[in-house]
Ligand binder design. Structure first.
Ligand SMILES: [Ca+2]
Length: 109
C-alpha cells in the first residue's frame, strides 16, 4: 500500500513544495493541498495506517515528526514547533498521540 495509491503524485509534489522552509508547515493547508480532505473516511484511515509506522494504532510524536517523509523520502522532518502544533491540533483527548478517529476529524475539520 503506497500513499500514491490514494493521493496523486502531482498534488503531493505541490503540497511538499509549499512547506519546504522550516516552520512553514500547516497541517490543515497540507491536507487540503495534498487532496486528503476530500477523501472518504476509509481512505483517510488507510493513510493513517501508513503514518503509523510502528502499527501501534496511534501516531506518536516521533511519527508525526516524520510526517512529510511518508510523502517523499527526500522531504524534511518537521521542526519541534511544527510537530507540537500538529499534535495539539489532532490530539483532542490529550493522551499525547493521535488515534484514527482523531486523525479523521482533523483531516475533515
Ligand atoms: Ca504509532
Amino acid at each position: 500500500m503506497a500513499i500514491t495509491d490514494i493521493l496523486s503524485a502531482k498534488d503531493i509534489e505541490s503540497a511538499l513544495s509549499s512547506c519546504q522552509a522550516d516552520d512553514s508547515f500547516n497541517c490543515k493547508s497540507f491536507f487540503s493541498m495534498v487532496g486528503l480532505s476530500s477523501k472518504t473516511p476509509d481512505q483517510i484511515k488507510k493513510v493513517f495506517g501508513i503514518l503509523d509506522r510502528d502499527k501501534s494504532g496511534f501516531i506518536e510524536e516521533e511519527e508525526l515528526q516524520l510526517f512529510l517523509k511518508n510523502f517523499s523520502s527526500n522531504a524534511r522532518v518537521l521542526t519541534s514547533t511544527e510537530t507540537k502544533a500538529f499534535m495539539a491540533a489532532g490530539d483532542s483527548d490529550g493522551d499525547g498521540k493521535i488515534g484514527v478517529e482523531e486523525f479523521q476529524s482533523l483531516v475533515k475539520a
